[in-house]
Write a protein that binds this ligand. Structure first.
Ligand SMILES: Cc1cc2nc3c(=O)[nH]c(=O)nc-3n(C[C@H](O)[C@H](O)[C@H](O)COP(=O)(O)OP(=O)(O)OC[C@H]3O[C@@H](n4cnc5c(N)ncnc54)[C@H](O)[C@@H]3O)c2cc1C
Length: 370
């Protein structure tokens, strides 16, 4: 027998989260029953950001809610499939394959505002848009992705990607294409040193620095001149990946494929003209491999030892951070729970970033009772 619709007079935040995250009982039911498992609501739901997370939420909520309004704030016309960027940078995919019109994914009945969100006023449940307009909400979903802080690497800017042997696959599809060109130029030179870096922060794809190293190694090996190239990997920590078995596997493969690993260093500065990179020691204990090929420098930076390395190609992974406009929002800085409970963002210090109950940040860990 078909399950009767779950009609409610008022959607609670818990119910909304269940619908949005697919945790409701409906996710365990056959399709015919799932369609009946809807919620009636008058709620005004605003979603900031229409990337993978925001667009997925818009679709799920549009399917499962009856009544209310869903408004998506997304300035871009085009959806970018970011996992494809490593394949573009490696020459496996064409850039076009990673782009589709956002309109193709927008569910019927969702209002799309092509604008940037500028500020969240969580106390008054309002979002200010860059064009000066204001949106009021009952529930807000923040899915604006993550901020890339290239500027924390002295001398570095995304505009440099593709020049002076610099690659970086994180910023954009254009950056991925230019990274491909930089790697190709290095390969064509027939020799030299490539340095692959990782960031000292959580990143949106922890696998991408490793993927770029492996795909480039594969191309070096395919060139038949592997011995003419040196490959270094600079890791901020002891591990290269959070899953221990993956970490172990990657380290083993790197060692087998002649990658010189060095741990507890972050990329702190770059001199594009000289093709030199500065790395700052970040760890409490350094862990050197016996065969590292970096030149030690005598000077120190911010009280920490640094090393300077020459490169012919470098893959730059920028530090990542929670989007700035979320961090500066007054309610976040107030450091107090709103309506009794908070969620905390793992991209900044927990105590500094409590999220009000009515705000759901896609990238946040939830309290145990959620
Ligand atoms: C090179 C690379 C490889 C990856 N590989 C993998 C992989 O193999 N597997 C995997 O699971 N994940 C992978 N990822 C991670 C995955 O792509 C991201 O986790 C995912 O795209 C995040 O989705 P999101 O919606 O949170 O953010 P995004 O996709 O970045 O979307 C954020 C959206 O918010 C919009 N926006 C930004 N600011 C505002 C604002 N102020 N107002 C309104 N809208 C705004 C942007 O225009 C954008 O559309 C990879 C990422 C990269 C970069």
């Amino acid at each position: 027998m078909q399950k009767p619709p779950l009609w409610t007079q008022k959607v609670t935040r818990r119910e909304l989260l269940k619908v949005g995250s697919g945790l409701s009982i409906g996710s365990l039911l056959p399709l015919s029953a799932v369609s009946a498992n809807t919620l009636r609501t008058q709620a005004r739901i605003v979603i900031l950001g229409g990337g993978a997370a925001g667009m997925a939420m818009a679709n799920r909520l549009a399917n499962r809610l009856r009544g209310g309004t869903i408004t998506l704030v997304e300035p871009r016309e085009t959806h970018h499939y970011q996992p494809g960027w490593t394949l573009v940078a490696s020459g496996v995919w064409n850039a076009d394959k990673t782009m589709r019109p956002n309109a193709q994914f927008l569910p019927r009945g969702v209002n799309w505002i092509r604008e940037h969100a500028a500020n969240i006023d969580a106390d008054n449940k309002r979002v200010a848009l860059a064009n000066g307009a204001t949106l009021e909400y009952d529930f807000l979903i923040v899915a604006t992705g993550i901020q890339l802080n290239y500027h924390l690497i002295d001398g570095m800017s995304p505009a440099l990607v593709g020049q002076h042997g610099i690659g970086s696959v994180y910023a954009s599809i254009e950056g991925a294409s230019r990274t491909h060109q930089a790697i190709q130029a290095w390969l064509n030179s027939g020799q030299g040193k490539g340095i692959f870096t990782a960031a000292p922060t959580p990143v949106k794809c922890a696998g991408a620095p490793l993927k770029m190293t492996f795909t480039t190694l594969s191309r070096l090996e395919a060139s038949g001149q592997r011995d003419a190239f040196n490959v270094d990997y600079m890791a901020p920590g002891t591990s290269l990946f959070s899953q221990p078995w993956v970490d172990e596997f990657v380290k083993q493969r790197f060692d087998e494929q002649g990658v010189n690993r060095r741990h507890h260093y972050r990329l702190s500065a770059i001199d594009p003209q000289a093709k030199q990179a500065e790395f700052t020691f970040v760890g409490p204990e350094s862990e050197f491999t016996s065969h590292h090929q970096l030149r030690e420098a005598e000077f120190r930076r911010e009280g920490q030892p640094t090393v300077i390395a020459d490169y012919d190609f470098i893959h730059v992974v920028p530090p990542h951070e929670c989007p700035r406009f979320c961090q500066t929002e007054r309610a976040y800085r107030a450091r107090r729970p709103v309506q009794g409970r908070v969620a905390r963002c793992r991209y900044s210090h927990p105590a500094a970033h409590p999220l009000p109950r009515s705000v759901w940040h896609w990238r946040c860990d939830w309290c145990p009772d959620h």
